[in-house]
Write a protein that binds this ligand. Structure first.
Ligand code: ADP
Length: 582
């Protein structure tokens, strides 16, 4: 293909440029004009995964970017295909994950004529990306792809878009006119200003009630060793954000995740590592935080500092490097004399007391295995069998929230959920990405692949359930658990529906949050030749889960577990999305 005297098609140029840039996975849905691009990508030895909907393909590309640190690509057709992929681009942008979208578009010489699926794609993608470009010639395609890959990883990671005019796909270009750039090196890792690091040390040293918050930026940066050293050297309590879970193991004795609200509310100094003071952290404001809480923030993006509340010490740089600097600064300043927050301090006592009372409350609900089951009982059954090294994908409001607080993660970057954008419907795309990554990692290391368990509410599953066909076609050994409450947030039982006879009654009587009662989602899996299980009791669930985990070396399966339609989170001190004040 690279013989300089030969010609290449546009499709081959794109595939070769992607390969040169080290793109390993392309998720897509082919059609006019990108069929040949999909084929060329496969021929170039890149893993092409044919999905059923562009939205899931774009979610998968973002997730693989998060898991590997290199952008996954998403290949889509023009117009509606591209529009479907915007969901995944926005999700990747908001989560700060690298990905690129390659969108077929109408032929250049039909622009503005009302061509098939014509749409202003470059403009549409601009809002959802860091870089959005249409190559003006075939010769420039490799340059544009290199730039898209580089931009997606460098600085704050995000999505990039490359437009593929239809008339470029099968047109020929002389190989010698093409300049394929070498693979873009991984992003350089930056350090903070040493003066700022010293200031951070001083502020931390003066803290009475310090707290370390570990975000998914820290997970992405692979900063687990450095953060472990920081918290263990000083006995700092820490808590993870939802996808910061596992950077330090959830069973670490310094974790105060079970006293989250109390820790946030009372801390006087917070070290914020790769996390934003957005809705997920209640904007850093009262009533969820102290009014004058000091924030030491580490972020790769300078615009992130002082958002919503002033940053006391802004440590600009890669979180792994900056924590290394902080650890070294402590060591130098205190000449190796360790300074530890006593476990008998008032701060640790108040946190410990809350951890214990919350654990008791949760245990009581989880032990109640009466039928219909509640969320906590379901997760209690799963938790007892989950391997420590498995990937957990989780979505659906209650399912995700309760799963987050009850099912532990032990390894970094092993939890994927609705994330900062609160996107529902991404579970299957994410699980597919995690499963491919697990298999590849195992192949490289000569080990058994880590398992992937996708725990979704019935509403979340419905957004992209047909991707089960993709899962079965590629034989991806994922265990799906649909926690079925017959609705969005809350549902109604069979009896309610049986009472409704006519269409009019259904329109008036059935709230928009209700979904069909006892829908047999497991049969969707059976339709593609794999195993489905329907469960109502804890015993049935335990047996089914054991069976699914044991066959998950080879085959996917799905458990549809019915729960009480009115089951919800245990009583919370603060309501969901409690309003914050200055
Ligand atoms: P969470 O959902 O865990 O709260 P967010 O997505 O809100 O996390 O925030 C992640 C933050 O991490 C972003 O502000 C992003 O700029 C930052 N970030 C990403 N990669 C790095 C890195 N390598 N070093 C430091 N910060 C990073």
């Amino acid at each position: 293909m690279t013989d300089l005297d030969e010609t290449m098609t546009g499709a081959e140029v794109i595939a070769h440029a992607l390969k040169t840039q080290g793109v390993e996975y392309v998720f897509g849905v082919v059609g006019v004009p990108v069929i040949e691009v999909g084929m060329a990508i496969q021929q170039a030895g890149i893993k092409y995964i044919g999905m059923r909907n562009e939205q899931s393909a774009s979610y998968a590309a973002g997730a693989i970017g998060y898991l590997t640190g290199k952008p996954g690509a998403c290949l889509v057709v023009s117009g509606p295909g591209l529009i479907h992929a915007l969901g995944g681009m926005a999700n990747a942008m908001v989560n700060c994950w690298p990905m690129i979208v390659l969108g077929g578009s109408s032929d250049n010489d039909q622009q503005s004529m009302g061509a098939f699926q014509e749409f202003p794609q470059v403009e549409a993608c601009r809002m959802y990306s860091k870089f959005s470009e249409k190559p003006t010639s075939m010769e420039i395609i490799p340059e544009i792809i290199e730039k898209a890959v580089r931009f997606s990883m460098y600085g704050r990671p995000g999505a990039c878009y490359v437009d593929i005019p239809g008339n470029f796909v099968n047109a020929q270009v002389k190989s010698k006119t093409l300049r394929f750039r070498g693979m873009c090196p991984p992003p350089p890792r930056s350090l903070s200003d040493p003066g700022d690091v010293e200031k951070a040390c001083r502020v931390l040293q003066s803290a009475k009630r310090p707290l370390v918050v570990v975000g998914k930026g820290a997970a992405y940066a692979g900063a687990h060793e450095e953060i472990k050293e920081l918290v263990e050297k000083h006995n700092f309590p820490f808590l993870p954000t939802p996808m910061g879970k596992g950077v330090l193991s959830d069973d670490h004795p310094l974790s105060v995740a079970a006293a989250r609200s109390r820790a946030l509310l009372n801390a006087d100094v917070i070290v914020l590592l790769g996390a934003r003071l957005n809705w997920q952290l209640h904007f850093g404001r009262t009533p969820r935080f102290q009014k004058n809480v000091k924030i030491i923030q580490v972020d790769i993006c300078p615009e992130e500092f002082h958002n919503n509340v002033p940053t006391t010490v802004a440590l600009l740089g890669d979180v792994r490097n900056v924590i290394k600097q902080l650890n070294e600064c402590y060591h130098k300043t205190y000449r190796g004399v360790s300074w530890k927050l006593p476990m008998k301090s008032e701060w640790w006592k108040t946190l410990q007391e809350k951890i214990n009372s919350n654990a008791k409350q949760t245990e009581d609900i989880a032990n109640d295995k009466s039928v219909p089951l509640n969320y906590y009982a379901v997760f209690d059954v799963l938790k007892k069998q989950l391997p420590k090294d498995c990937y957990i994908v989780s979505e659906g409001a209650n399912t995700m929230d309760i799963c987050r607080s009850t099912i532990p993660n032990y390894l970094p970057r092993h939890r994927l959920d609705a994330g900062t954008f609160g996107t529902m419907g991404l579970g299957l795309g994410f699980a597919i990405a995690a499963s491919l990554h697990a298999a590849d990692t195992a192949r490289k290391n000569g080990t058994e692949p880590e398992k992937v368990v996708c725990i979704q509410g019935d509403s979340a599953f419905g957004f992209s359930g047909m991707e089960l066909e993709t899962v079965c076609r590629y034989k991806l050994p994922i265990v799906f658990v649909v926690v079925n409450n017959n609705g969005i947030g809350q549902g109604a039982g069979k009896e309610f529906w049986e009472g409704l006879q006519t269409t009019d009654e259904i329109a008036v009587g059935a709230l928009p949050i209700f979904l069909s009662p006892n829908a047999r989602y497991e049969k969707v899996m059976e339709a593609f030749g794999e195993e489905g299980h329907y469960c109502e009791s804890a015993d049935q669930l335990a047996k089914a889960f054991q069976r699914c985990l044991s066959r998950s070396n080879q085959n996917p399966s799905l458990i549809n577990v019915m729960i009480d339609p009115s089951s919800s989170r245990k009583k919370q001190e603060f309501g969901w999305l409690t309003r914050s004040k200055m």
